[in-house]
Structure formats: C-alpha cells, structure tokens
Design a binder for this molecule. Structure first.
Ligand SMILES: [Ca+2]
Ligand SMILES: [Ca+2]
Ligand SMILES: [Ca+2]
Length: 376
C-alpha cells in the first residue's frame, strides 16, 4: 500500500498539465463568488518534517502535530532531502514558535515494518497524548500509542492497543477514546465500510495492550466497534476526521462522500442515532470542534479548502487554493485544521493521489503550516 501511495504520487506528476487548467477555473469561480482573505504562512518546517497530518491541543494550550513523513521516498528521489526523516511530533507554542516536541525512537517502531506512522493524536483525560499508528501502508500491525507526558514533556511511548486496519483520527469524550477506522471493507466503485471504535481508558494498558479483532462483516467484528458507515466506494476511504461537541455529539467525516455524520448517544454511552449532518465537500479529512465559536472546522484534502461547519450543518468557506507548493501560506492539500483563540491552524499534508478531482498534484517543498485569522 505504501508503494501504491508513492506510485499514485508519481502518476500525479504526469497529470500536472491537465489538472492545472481545471484548477485555474475553480480558483476563478471561488474568487468571483466572494473574495476571501488569503491564509498566511505560519511556518516553513525544517527537513525532519514532511506530510504534517494531525493536530491536538495539549494541557498547556500548545498545539501538537504529527508528521509521519510519508513523503520521505518522494523527497529523497527528487533530491530535496538527503535521507529519510524519522517521524516526529511538532509543537506550536503560545507565541506560534514551532519546535520538535518528540522524535520517535528505535524502540517505538512497529517490529514488522520497522517504522511508525503517527496520524491522528489527541490528549487523553490523563494528560497523555494518544496516537493512531497507521501501519496499513507500511506493512505492520496498526496500533494505538500512548506518549506519556510529564510536565508537558514526552517521556516515553507505550503501545496500548493493536489490531486496527486504518486508524486515522482519535478523539476523547469523558474517559472514552474513539478512533476512526477508514477502511473496514471496500469494493472499488461500489461501497466502503468504515467505522469508529470506542474504548474506555481502563482498557488501555501498556502491560497488556488491548487486541482488536479484525472486522469480518456486519455480524462478526470486535465488540468495541461503536458505529459503522457505508459510503460510495469511489476512493476506498470512509471514516476519517472525528470530533465531539460540548454536548457529546460525535461528528465523523466520511471522506469519499464529502460528508459529515452526526452520532448521538444516551447518558450511558449507548448509541442513539447516526444521521447525515453536512455534505458538499469533495474528500474531507480532519475535523476539530471549537467551543468558543461553537463550530466544527474541517479540511477538504482533495479540493484544497478549509471550512467552518455551523451547528445547523451549513458550510462556510474559510480558505481555498489551486495547486500550490504552499510557499506563501497557501493551502497545500490540508490534512487538518484546529482553532486556538482567534486563529485556525492548518496542516498542509501535501498528499497527491493522482485523482482527477484532487487539486494538489505533487508533494513539494516547502513543507508548511498555514494560519487563518478568524474575524469574529
Ligand atoms: Ca485524517
Ligand atoms: Ca508543499
Ligand atoms: Ca503541493
């Protein structure tokens, strides 16, 4: 799968000239309807970062972000970097200064693949940082990692669960961890089944990691599977972004449908309903709730756009670009957006799948984080 990802990246290069025309048309139509202030450049990241993927806020209101460095091979091949970069977690402090918070160590690597692929991360009620280690493309067994935190510093990594297929986003509500699994089953062009697992913190142990059993079908699956989704099968990517509002409603982005599903549960944590909440994106990625503005913030990875979604499910476009390298703060295949104060920070994942409806055509330097000032 890692090979496929890279091959898709290479294929996208050959599509560059074709896509460039459609991108320009799209840009114009956006500009014509309502001019938006452009997103700004927060940081060009150093060479040990490529493909920044996911955000969370730590206990000190720092923004942490994963960088699985999925563009290692592409960047080495293009001569942009001398050697592959070890996956890292970066930190954006209160003054918007970016530093490296944690560099994964040899003992953190999954034993079969020899690597770690940190995607979604979220702060648990214990103050530790939980991470989805998405091994599907690397050939190992996917895991949930706990980065143990002491006085704001990462002091070690433990494996607390294993066996998911494509763990993507992590979100906490109360003492329960929820993790989206993007592909439980898929038949290209027909349908994709994806889901969200729910695990109590008491089940997450370094001494005895929770072992998820593989999804077989609607009847045979792990008991922790909390919700499942069926989507259109166009990409093979279903449940992706995941967040909770203040009331405890869960929002799951369904990537290939360009939609968000709202799931409610009763006071005992039993699922009540799961309904379409928002739609109209091309292929959305990460979601975060912001309690100050009482809204969700979401990226459209394929359409190179960032939206606010209000509680009535309506989308408000915050930023959108054509095919860019991100050098001036433009969006460059944004993976997630998170709000802190009156700023929305955007991770430019810079993935290119070579799909005709994906604006970004190539991962390129610089590797960037953008910021959007919220005028509210
Ligand atoms: Ca994601
Ligand atoms: Ca770039
Ligand atoms: Ca790019």
């Amino acid at each position: 799968m890692m090979k496929q990802f890279l091959k898709a990246t290479a294929v996208s290069l050959t599509l560059l000239s074709i896509s460039a025309c459609s991108v320009t048309a799209e840009q114009l139509s956006t500009t014509n309807s309502e001019p938006l202030p452009p997103s700004q450049l927060l940081a060009k990241l150093p060479d040990n970062y490529n493909s920044p993927a996911s955000f969370t806020l730590d206990a000190y209101n720092n923004v942490l972000f994963t960088s699985p460095n999925l563009h290692n091979d592409a960047f080495v091949k293009q001569g942009l970097v001398a050697k592959p970069a070890t996956p890292v977690i970066g930190m954006i402090d209160a003054n918007d200064k970016v530093t490296t918070w944690y560099t994964f160590k040899p003992q953190d690597m999954e034993p079969t693949s020899g690597t770690v692929v940190p995607m979604g991360l979220a702060k648990g009620p214990d103050g530790n940082i939980y991470i989805a280690d998405m091994q599907l493309w690397a050939g190992g067994e996917s895991r949930i990692l706990r980065v143990n935190v002491s006085e704001g510093k990462a002091v070690g990594v433990d494996v607390v669960a294993k066996g998911l297929a494509f763990p993507n986003a992590i979100a906490w509500y109360g003492s329960d961890l929820y993790v989206s699994d993007t592909v439980l089953a898929t038949e290209q062009g027909k349908s994709t089944t994806s889901g969200v697992y729910k695990v109590n913190i008491s089940e997450l142990s370094a001494a005895n990691p929770l072992q998820f059993s593989a999804y077989k079908n609607a009847q045979t699956h792990d008991q922790h599977l909390f919700d499942t989704f069926t989507s259109n099968g166009s990409l093979g990517f279903g449940a992706n972004g995941l967040t909770f509002d203040t009331q405890g409603n869960m929002y799951t982005g369904i990537m290939e449908d360009g939609s968000v599903i709202k799931t409610t549960q009763d006071e005992n944590g039993n699922k009540l309903s799961s309904t379409l909440f928002a739609e109209g994106m091309v292929a959305n990625d990460g979601i975060h709730w912001d309690s100050r503005t009482q809204a969700l913030y979401i990226t459209d990875l394929f359409d190179n756009a960032v939206y606010r979604i209000d509680l009535d499910g309506s989308l408000a476009l915050l930023a959108k670009n054509g095919n860019t390298d991100g050098a001036n703060g433009e969006l460059d295949a944004p993976g997630e957006v998170i709000v802190r104060g009156n700023k929305a920070y955007v991770n430019n994942f810079d993935a290119a799948f070579g799909a005709p409806n994906m604006v970004n055509t190539t991962p390129d330097m610089p590797v960037t984080i953008s910021v959007i000032n919220l005028n509210d």
